[in-house]
Design a protein around this ligand. Structure first.
Ligand SMILES: [Zn+2]
Length: 178
């Protein structure tokens, strides 16, 4: 795995307009794990890409209609088959965490890397996803000298507001692979 200008060479790069510069003096030192499925509970990777590219066609789906206006992104998305898609260069600030707090520090988007796994709160993630996720974290943490232990779920930095990656995410498995 190689990183050029903040982009993983092996990833499919789909540049999202939803990013900006990180605050000055913000050292990247945290990975935030998310889960997303669109519509919820269904696996349609293209719809997630469309959302992050501000190109979502909600059709008649009430849930998709409710999120169509959002301006969001993440650095990475890992599909059910384990394929890696990147939306925002690592050095830029992706808009994934929202109102958040990590050990007293607000606005985690400033200093974190957001990784979405295609999944939901009611189903296990795939082996291919753990493979791809651990590989990604290993390489980025080595490259940017981030402590590999600095990984949190979105639920941990936005408690009461977010539940992802949810109860089926296997933290012990991930940590055993790093
Ligand atoms: Zn999330």
């Amino acid at each position: 795995m190689k990183i050029t200008d903040g982009i993983i060479n092996e990833a499919e790069f789909c540049p999202s307009p939803n990013f900006d510069n990180r605050s000055e003096n913000s050292n990247i030192d945290l990975f935030v794990i998310h889960a997303i499925s669109l519509p919820e509970g269904n696996y349609n990777t293209q719809l997630i890409k469309d959302l992050f590219l501000n190109d979502l066609d909600p059709g008649n789906d009430k849930f998709l209609q409710s999120i169509e206006h959002l301006k969001v992104s993440s650095h990475f998305l890992i599909s059910r088959s384990g394929s890696l898609i990147q939306f925002v260069p690592i050095d830029k600030r992706a808009w994934h965490a929202g109102k958040s707090n990590y050990q007293g520090r607000e606005n985690c988007n400033d200093f974190s890397i957001g990784i979405e796994l295609e999944g939901c709160d009611t189903e296990e993630f795939t082996s291919a996803q753990y493979e791809s996720l651990s590989n990604l974290i290993s390489h980025i943490s080595a490259d940017l000298k981030i402590n590999k232990k600095n990984i949190v779920g979105h639920n941990e930095i936005a408690p009461g507001r977010k539940t992802d990656p949810g109860p089926y995410f296997d933290w012990n498995l991930l940590k055993s692979m790093l």
